[in-house]
Every structure is written in structure tokens, then in C-alpha cells.
Design a protein around this ligand. Structure first.
Ligand SMILES: [Cu+2]
Length: 483
């Protein structure tokens, strides 16, 4: 059976088994556009002040728990968080610092923390083997040894990562350095973290994470776009430069970020830290797990103007999403300001990897007839006790993520190492400005083969996986060991 026919049959059969509640809530919370879940576009004003997660040091305690949050209205609903309310605090440390974070598991389920983007020892990385059971604690202790950048943390379990992240377990982990400080980038109230997630909302206002069979294939897409756990958010700004540290913590939704006034903005960083130089762009496609650090010059707008951060349509990532524009948040340009900030010509000098000792290829496929796990890497699904690849410590290798025959998007993420892009063949056929820095997650679109060079500096057992969290939970992951 061809995949399209299969999808047609499947969408019919899943429609018949949907519960009354999910039919009701999907009718209430958004539109289904054929097979596509479309974000609500013109449904209400952006009237909720953007929540900003509190900032804590690297010496803290995170309590994973059931908590409440006013998500869609002023009445509080049940969510998950690393403290009071949805999400977790922003952890802010300086490169070289020792981190000591105690995770307390107050959930009824097991959990753990993966420090996405941090290059730390394998036994602290939150491998799916390393579980923290209910009512137990785990002390994450490591030294930060990497350049300044926007990283994040979230649970990393085999088969239930998506649910815990979607219900609220995620937070930012920002690394600072003297080199970065010397650039004088906008800070304090001009440095804004934006954690973007899409959610499906039940009739009672709480989050509905019950992916259908189709969504296990394509990824869970919610109709409501939240930023820092705020629905329809706005932020007051003045006519000056702002630094926005943006994380896509959605399960599967990709955003083509742009400003509603079509103004240029400047990419200054990506997953693994700063770029060589600011890159002026008018849009950036950010897949799940990726971060972009951007500068927006609101002096190009007039006082009284409203500028939206929005997602523009895109047509290169399969059929499930991308064909509608929608607003994400509003910036109210409220006051005039004199800005002394000058955009630097250069940001950070880092060496380009140029020689590797080995090439490995990872073929990404979707086998809808498979008995366990439809999404595969090299025709395998994840097995925790199987080491799929062994890598020599200190080596630089070339890895190909090959989605040439696939028709879905796979944001591929590696733990315990960073990489640099070498090429993208097929599909979009280009390396984009935000991909010109160290990265840990790269979007491999349908028909694309992305080649990266990876430097392996930490020994131990780590995972490579797709960061579409439904794909990951379905088994699109493998182990590699550096020794
Ligand atoms: Cu995937």
C-alpha cells in the first residue's frame, strides 16, 4: 500500500476512535485543515503579559512535580513544572563554573534531565538508561566547559519524553563567558528568553497530550502557540535593540520565524554558541530542539506600533505543517529610547573542522508496517543495551543524516558532542545562516542528505536521535559509545 493511501485509511480509522472529549476539544481549540492541524490565526488579541521564567544559579534544586498554571484563561489548570507553575527556571552560569543541581522527582512517573547542548560527562547527560524514580532524587554535578550559548534541559526517557516535555518540563540553561560579555550585547530587560511550544487544549483548559496514530507518524501539532507558557503573549519594548534567545521546545512543530513588519533581524547565535558575525535575515526556520539567538532593532518601528513575531508559511517539510502563517507574540513599541548599542562586525572566532578520520551514514526511514517503532535509523529502532556505533575519543568524524527517500522532517540531535555543517544535498540544497555555528541539532528535510563533522571530546555512551519527540519516543534513536 502506498503511504498516502495508508494515511487516508488511518485518518479515517483514527477519526472513528477519537473520544468525544478529544473531538470536542479539537473543535474548540483550533481548526483541522484537511489533514493538517492549523494554529488559530485570528482568535483573540495578544493581551497576556509575557511570563519570564525566573533566573537561578547553577547551584539549585529542581523539583519535577504536578503544579498549576493559568494557561489559557485566569483559571489555573494542572500542568507539570520544575517548581511552581509550568516550565522551569532559567539556569545561568559562567563558563568554567561547577554546577550542582538536585533533581527531586515528585511525579508519579520516572523522569530524568538531559542537558541539551551541554558537553558534560556521560553519567550526567540524562541518558534514557539513567532514570530517577518517583520520590527519588539525583544530583547532577558537572563543570561547564564550553562557549557561551543558549542551551536547555528536559526529561529524556525512552518512549515518554514527548508527554513530559509537552505538559511542561523544560527550561533554559544559559552559559555566559568573558568573550561574549566583551561584545556588550543587549542584556537585563533587553535580553528576553522565548520558549515556544504548541499545545492542544482540552475543554477544561488543560493540556491534551494524546497523539493519534497519525501524529505518532508525523508528530503532535497543537493549535495553540504558547511562549514561556503564556498564551497570546505581548511584551512592551522601547525603540532599541533587544536580544531574543529563542528555543523551539515543541514536540514536532517547526516555525519559520519572521517579523510582521518584514524588518531584517540579526542572527548572532545558534545551538552551540555565537556565529562568526551577525547575519542579517528576514526569516529563520527553527525545528524542535534548535535555538536561535537574534537581535531585533525596534528603533525601526514607531512608538505605538505593534510588531508580531510570527511564523511564515513554508512548503519544504512534508505535508503535516507549514502552509499557514500565524502570529506567535506581540511586541508593543511603547517608548522612545536612546540606544548606545552598536552591532558588532564580528562575534566569535572559532576554528572550522576540516579533516575527519571516518565517514558514517545514517539512513532515516519510516516503515509504517513495522510491528514496533515505525521510524528507524539504519533500519533499526532503539534498543537501550545495544551499542550501534563506537567512536575513538578525540577523533573528528563525518556523519551523513540521509533522508533522501523520506517524506518527513527529522531534526537530528546528538548528545555529548557538537558538530559543524558541511553540506546539505537535495531538498533545500543549502546551508542557512543559523547553521554556520557549532550546532547539536540539524533539520534534515524530506529528500535531504545533511553532512556534518563532529568532534568527539567526551567518552562514554550517548545517543543520537530525532528531536521530533513522537519520532524519538517511537524509537528513532541509537546509542554510540566514545572510547
Ligand atoms: Cu524524526
Amino acid at each position: 500500500m502506498k503511504r498516502k493511501e495508508f494515511l487516508k485509511k488511518l485518518s479515517f480509522s483514527t477519526a472513528t476512535i477519537l473520544s468525544t472529549e478529544s473531538i470536542l476539544s479539537s473543535c474548540m481549540s483550533g481548526m483541522h485543515h484537511g489533514d493538517t492541524v492549523v494554529p488559530q490565526v485570528n482568535s483573540g488579541l495578544f493581551i497576556n503579559p509575557l511570563k519570564i521564567p525566573k533566573t537561578v544559579s547553577g547551584n539549585t534544586s529542581l523539583v519535577a512535580q504536578n503544579t498549576t498554571e493559568a494557561l489559557m484563561s485566569s483559571s489555573k489548570v494542572s500542568v507539570l513544572g520544575y517548581g511552581e507553575g509550568i516550565l522551569g527556571p532559567t539556569i545561568r552560569v559562567k563558563n568554567g563554573e561547577n554546577v550542582n543541581i538536585n533533581l527531586v522527582n515528585k511525579l508519579s512517573d520516572h523522569t530524568n534531565i538531559h542537558w541539551h547542548g551541554l558537553k558534560i560527562p556521560a553519567d550526567m547527560d540524562g541518558h534514557p538508561d539513567q532514570m530517577v524514580m518517583p520520590n527519588e532524587t539525583f544530583n547532577y554535578k558537572f563543570k561547564v566547559n564550553q562557549q557561551a550559548g543558549t542551551n536547555w534541559y528536559h526529561p529524556h526517557l525512552h518512549e515518554s519524553t514527548a508527554e513530559q516535555v509537552t505538559l511542561g518540563l523544560a527550561g533554559l540553561f544559559i552559559v555566559e563567558s568573558d568573550e561574549e560579555k566583551a561584545l556588550g550585547l543587549p542584556k537585563d530587560s533587553q535580553e528576553i528568553p522565548l520558549i515556544i511550544q504548541d499545545k492542544r487544549i482540552k475543554a477544561d483548559g488543560s493540556i491534551n497530550y494524546q497523539p493519534t496514530m497519525k501524529e505518532i507518524m508525523t508528530g503532535y501539532l497543537g493549535e495553540n502557540i504558547l511562549v514561556n507558557g503564556t498564551s497570546k503573549p505581548f511584551l512592551d519594548v522601547s525603540t532599541r535593540f533587544y536580544r531574543l534567545r529563542i528555543l523551539n521546545a515543541s514536540s514536532a512543530r517547526i516555525y519559520n520565524l519572521a517579523l510582521s513588519n518584514k524588518a531584517e533581524f540579526y542572527l548572532i547565535g545558534s545551538d552551540g554558541g555565537l556565529l562568526f558575525q551577525p547575519e542579517p535575515v528576514r526569516n529563520v526556520l527553527i525545528s524542535t530542539g534548535e535555538r536561535v539567538d537574534i537581535l531585533v532593532d525596534f528603533s525601526l518601528a514607531k512608538v505605538g506600533e505593534v510588531v508580531f513575531l510570527k511564523s511564515e508559511p513554508f512548503f519544504t517539510m512534508g505535508n503535516a505543517q507549514g502552509n499557514q502563517p500565524f502570529d506567535i507574540m506581540a511586541f508593543h513599541v511603547k517608548s522612545q529610547a536612546t540606544d548606545t548599542f552598536k552591532l558588532p562586525n564580528s562575534l566569535l572566532n572559532f576554528s572550522k573542522l576540516s579533516a575527519s578520520t571516518n565517514i558514517r551514514s545514517f539512513t532515516l526511514t519510516m516503515d509504517h508496517m513495522a510491528k514496533e517503532g515505525m521510524h528507524k535509523i539504519n533500519n533499526k529502532i532503539y534498543k537501550s543495551n545495544r551499542i550501534d556505533e563506537t567512536v575513538v575519543l578525540g577523533s573528528v568524524e563525518t556523519w551523513d543524516f540521509d533522508n533522501s527517500i523520506g517524506d518527513e522532517a527529522h531534526p537530528m540531535h546528538i548528545h555529548g558532542a557538537n558538530f559543524q555543517l558541511v553540506s546539505r544535498m537535495g531538498g533545500r540544497n543549502a546551508i542557512f545562516p543559523h547553521e554556520k555555528a557549532w550546532k547539536d541539532t540539524v533539520l534534515v528535510g524530506p529528500g535531504e542528505k545533511v553532512r556534518v563533522m563532529i568532534k568527539f571530546e567526551i567518552k562514554g555512551k550517548f545517543v543520537l536521535h530525532c528531536h521530533n519527540l513522537e519520532h524519538e519516543d517511537d524509537g528513532m534513536m541509537l546509542n554510540f559509545e566514545v572510547k
